[in-house]
Design a protein around this ligand. Structure first.
Ligand code: FMN
Length: 439
């Protein structure tokens, strides 16, 4: 069974299909044995970094002093990504069961699910599932709370998420949660587990059917499926679960139908966190290591496709502006660097730019990571530098000239799907300012 195969309308339906067995098995086992099962499966985090889940659980359980906590990261804010919301809409029960198992394994005393207040259908689905499972006594004894937060990218950054749980704005912390976590006061560091929705959705299946369940799909180092998002200039935008290691072509051409009639694919952005992927890399396997080998990354498995009618300067401007707006300002090199790169891209896009602006994009995006607390500016550095390198000629052609490809591009901040299945993008985003207010 795959993660999106079952769409239960009630807990009874979930239980009738075998839901709840994973937690029952976990509660009957030593927590260390549960961690061992997850480690053996080879599960890696689906929130962006691909960190081995078993190793993280082991660290939270065994290192440091004080109570432990477990957190499900459901704040999904990566551009071109809609998979966690799809999982929550489809089957919130398996996510909650995964969180209950994780909380037991790491020895947590409380657990949280953090998601955006703006995610109305997901909050409803999650709230209903939580109530039903609590009423059926199907979540074990560790309390689970839902925490709603602001529509900010950094809410999904794991330390920003901790800040929101502690009722502050999501300004990232320096220390990773598994070293120093929620509500920590010396000498207690309260190691805290933060896992992505999709990571946790895999866990009940691994406990119920054994580590081999995950390893039935994917590669040796990236086992399992991944719930991929494809959006932008494709015939069928959507969310598709495929084995890890599938060629990118299977997502973009087979599932997504390829470029619109009469057009060809020009570039693929793996969200806002990695380098651009060129069409001649479409046979690259979508797994953590293969994408790194071509210099990019799998991230959260969301891909925005641009066809040959798209201007890469405009696309770069929209993505750089997103990172500049969302940067919190704690690290000056990030806030000012992403801001200056964005201004240079805006000038180029408007036909007011010079060669100096192209250099400025390179220089500022590269140094935006200086003294970084979190990985937000890494996205600026990787994506902007790669765009200028791969599309150098197009950037130079744009110097001092209005856009040669004047099509208005959307920014792929997905808020929903419409009746035809296409994504709805956040139309208000153009009004969002770098101080997080709306003009
Ligand atoms: C700027 C930024 C935004 C992030 N947004 C998300 C997010 O929306 N959801 C998520 O699960 N992880 C997000 N992450 C990654 C988390 O910090 C963290 O690595 C992840 O939740 C860990 O879960 P995993 O090990 O299960 O992947 C983000 C990271 C950064 C730097």
């Amino acid at each position: 069974m795959a993660l999106l195969d079952l769409a239960p309308r009630s807990f009874d339906e979930y239980a009738a299909a075998g839901g709840g067995h994973g937690l029952a098995i976990a509660l009957g086992a030593w927590p260390e044995a549960v961690i061992e099962e997850v480690a053996k499966s080879g599960l890696r985090g689906r929130g962006g970094a691909g960190f081995p889940t078993g190793d993280k659980w082991r660290a939270v359980r065994s290192v440091g002093a004080g109570p432990r906590f477990a957190v499900c990261n459901a704040a999904e804010g990566e551009p071109a990504t809609f998979k966690d919301r799809t999982l929550l809409r489809t089957n919130a029960y398996q996510v909650l069961e995964g969180l209950a198992i994780a909380a037991h394994a790491v020895g947590a005393e409380r657990a949280f699910v953090g998601l955006k207040e703006a995610f109305v259908p997901e909050t409803e689905a999650l709230g209903r599932a939580l109530k039903e499972m609590q009423a059926a006594d199907a979540l074990g004894s560790i309390p689970i709370e839902i925490v709603l937060g602001p529509d900010l990218y950094l809410f999904g950054e794991e330390t920003g998420l901790e800040e929101v749980i502690e009722e502050r704005p999501p300004l990232p912390r320096t220390v990773r949660p598994f070293i120093q976590g929620l509500f920590a006061t010396p000498p207690n560091d309260n190691p805290t587990l933060v896992n992505n929705v999709e990571t946790l959705a895999n866990v009940p299946h691994i406990l119920r059917e054994g580590p081999a369940w995950l390893r039935a799909n994917g590669t040796e180092d990236s086992p399992g499926t991944m719930v991929f998002t494809v959006c932008g200039d494709v015939q069928r935008e959507g969310v598709f679960e495929l084995p890890l290691g599938s060629p990118m072509r299977a997502l973009i051409e087979d599932a997504g139908g390829g470029a619109p009639e009469g057009r060809t694919i020009k570039a693929i952005f793996p969200g806002a966190s990695n380098t651009v992927i060129a069409p001649d890399e479409l046979d690259t396997p979508m797994d953590f290591d293969s994408l790194r080998e071509v210099g990019s990354g799998l991230g959260a498995g969301g891909f925005a496709v641009f066809d040959d009618s798209a201007c890469m300067v405009q696309a770069a401007y929209r993505y750089s502006r997103f990172l500049a707006v969302e940067s919190c300002g704690q690290c000056p090199a990030c806030k000012f660097g992403t801001g200056e790169a964005t201004d240079a891209l805006e000038a180029l896009e408007a036909g007011r730019g010079s060669d100096r602006d192209v250099e400025l994009v390179l220089v500022r995006s590269r140094s935006s990571t200086d003294g970084q607390k979190c990985a937000l500016p890494t996205g600026e550095s990787l994506l902007m530098q790669s765009l200028v390198q791969v599309f150098d000629e197009e950037f130079r052609r744009h110097v001092g000239r209005p856009c040669p490809l004047p099509r208005e591009l959307p920014f792929h901040k997905i808020v929903d799907r419409d009746d035809s299945g296409r994504f709805v993008y956040d139309g208000d985003y153009v009004r969002k300012q770098p101080d997080w207010t709306y003009a």
